[in-house]
Design a binder for this molecule. Structure first.
Ligand code: NAD
Length: 451
């Protein structure tokens, strides 16, 4: 018997008792979650600093602030989202009414990664609570301070039979995946996403997979170089490039390459100083394994900016690498660090072939002033989501569904989409008993007659 059977059973009982079904209960829990974050705000900054050396600015913009915005938005619209939706009924169903009820799944499992350890554990939880589910959170074992804090905060705020945290690595994660769950929400790498999907398939448990991939950043000949450089530097080097939607590599029009790279260099200095390793405000690489993996890439191509590393503090300067082949290792793997390979193109059609090589990127960024070309990129290339003339900002708009396609993921969330993800839309036809229509029954000689 698994150590988690009783836990899942107690959450199932809690769910069946129906407490989570009401609007009042859900709102109250969202408020409790918000108060919890506010109460622990200083400790949140502290633990993220210990795990990843994240600066106050980064925690505020990418973790704490994001969650506050998401909770406020959910509280504002929850009543509207929960209402059964009345839809049209065809004439063949005369007398009936058609409704879509918003049904929570039950016991949900949220497995999260280390790169935004608070954000990626709590953002799905907001959806799970709003939709009326219970939740088990399995945060990453690679950010122990933040995962311990998440456990402490949740334990203090919620009953175990409603929301709880289970800590551990792959084995614990897999044991949880074997439980009789009602929904699995996974954020992490493609290989582990496949394991999650395989496990879920054994019991046909519905899933969301928020995965990764190589997200291209394309800069065309007519792009406004100064804006492009600033926005690329921000998107690539925030969290030291350890962001699922960070521009993975640069694909720049040959004619503006030198101008863009010079400007990128200027922007790196403006944002991180002349030696980011010394700045104290620059995020570190999560562990030695990832540091060594990233360091290996520095042996490929020609480093034109950065390249300096500090293994003791696990820091790598923002780095640009040129003269790479498409089949080099750095161009095959998801980089997930502050290294930006620079590739070039001459015709837009070439971009299509290159991007298709790495299949279904989670994000794509295209910088150009030409609206026809912008439309061409958006309509012809498959990617989860992205920006024209910016990087990563699509993620911060909760009106936009966030998720991948194909190898970068299944499903979407943020804002109303989080509520929908954790909700089953149950179709119900309410039939009239005032009369019956003869034509639907076999051997009826009565045509359209009302019985
Ligand atoms: P990971 O897949 O190694 O781990 C994610 C979670 O899965 C962790 O909680 C971990 O304990 C668990 N896990 C690890 N191995 C497992 C196994 N064999 N069986 C079951 N569970 C296992 O990912 P990571 O290294 O923590 O995060 C980086 C990856 O996540 C990158 O690929 C990145 O692109 C992706 N990511 C995606 C998003 C998104 O929103 N799409 C966001 C952040 C990160």
């Amino acid at each position: 018997m698994s150590q988690f059977e009783n836990l899942v059973q107690s959450q199932k009982e809690m769910f069946r008792a129906g407490k989570t079904m009401t609007y009042t209960y859900r709102i109250h829990q969202l408020q409790k979650l918000q108060e919890m974050l506010n109460r622990y705000e200083p400790r949140i900054y502290e633990s993220l600093h210990k795990d990843l050396n994240k600066s106050t600015y980064e925690v505020l913009t990418t973790e704490f602030g994001f969650l506050q915005q998401e909770i406020n938005y959910t509280i504002k619209y929850l009543r509207e989202w929960m209402q059964p939706k009345k839809v049209k009924t065809p004439a063949s169903h005369k007398g009936a009414k058609s409704l879509i009820y918003k049904q929570p799944y039950g016991v949900t499992l949220i497995i999260s990664p280390w790169n935004y350890p608070l954000h990626l554990a709590i953002a799905p939880l907001i959806g799970a609570i709003a939709a009326g589910n219970t939740a088990i959170i399995k945060p990453s074992e690679l950010t122990p301070y933040t995962s311990d804090l998440i456990e402490e905060m949740i334990k203090e705020t919620f009953e175990e039979k409603y929301i709880t945290v289970v800590q551990g690595g792959p084995e614990i994660s897999q044991e949880l995946l074997d439980q009789s769950l009602d929904y699995i929400f996974f954020t992490g790498s493609v290989p582990v996403g496949k394991i999650v999907m395989e496990k879920a398939s054994k019991q046909l448990i519905p899933i969301t997979l928020e995965l990764g991939g190589k997200s291209p950043c394309i800069v065309d000949r007519d792009a406004k170089v100064e804006y492009a450089a600033r926005r690329i530097v921000w998107g690539k080097f925030v969290n030291a490039g350890q962001t699922c939607v960070a521009p993975d590599y640069l694909l720049v029009h040959e004619s503006i390459k030198e101008k863009l790279l010079n400007q990128i260099k200027t922007e790196i200095e403006k944002m991180y100083g002349s030696n980011p390793l010394q700045s104290g405000e620059y995020t570190k690489i999560v562990n030695d394994t990832h540091f060594d993996r990233l360091s290996q890439y520095l042996n490929e191509g020609h480093i034109s900016v950065g390249g300096e590393t500090d293994r003791t503090n696990r820091l790598i300067n923002p780095t640009l690498i040129e003269q790479l082949d498409w089949d080099s290792k750095i161009m095959q793997d998801e980089i997930f660090g502050p290294l930006l390979p620079v590739m070039t193109f001459n015709e837009l059609e070439e971009v299509y072939d290159h991007v298709e090589q790495s299949r279904n990127p989670l994000a794509l960024y295209y910088f150009s002033e030409n609206e026809k070309n912008q439309e061409w990129i958006v309509r012809n290339i498959s990617f989860g989501g992205g920006c024209i003339n910016d990087t990563m900002m699509h993620l911060g708009n909760n009106q936009l569904p966030f998720g991948g396609i194909g190898t970068s993921g299944i499903g979407k969330y943020h804002g109303k989409y989080s509520f929908e993800t954790f909700t089953h839309e149950k179709s119900v036809l309410k039939q009239t008993t005032a009369f019956d229509l003869a034509f639907r029954y076999p051997n009826s000689k009565m045509g359209r007659k009302i019985l």
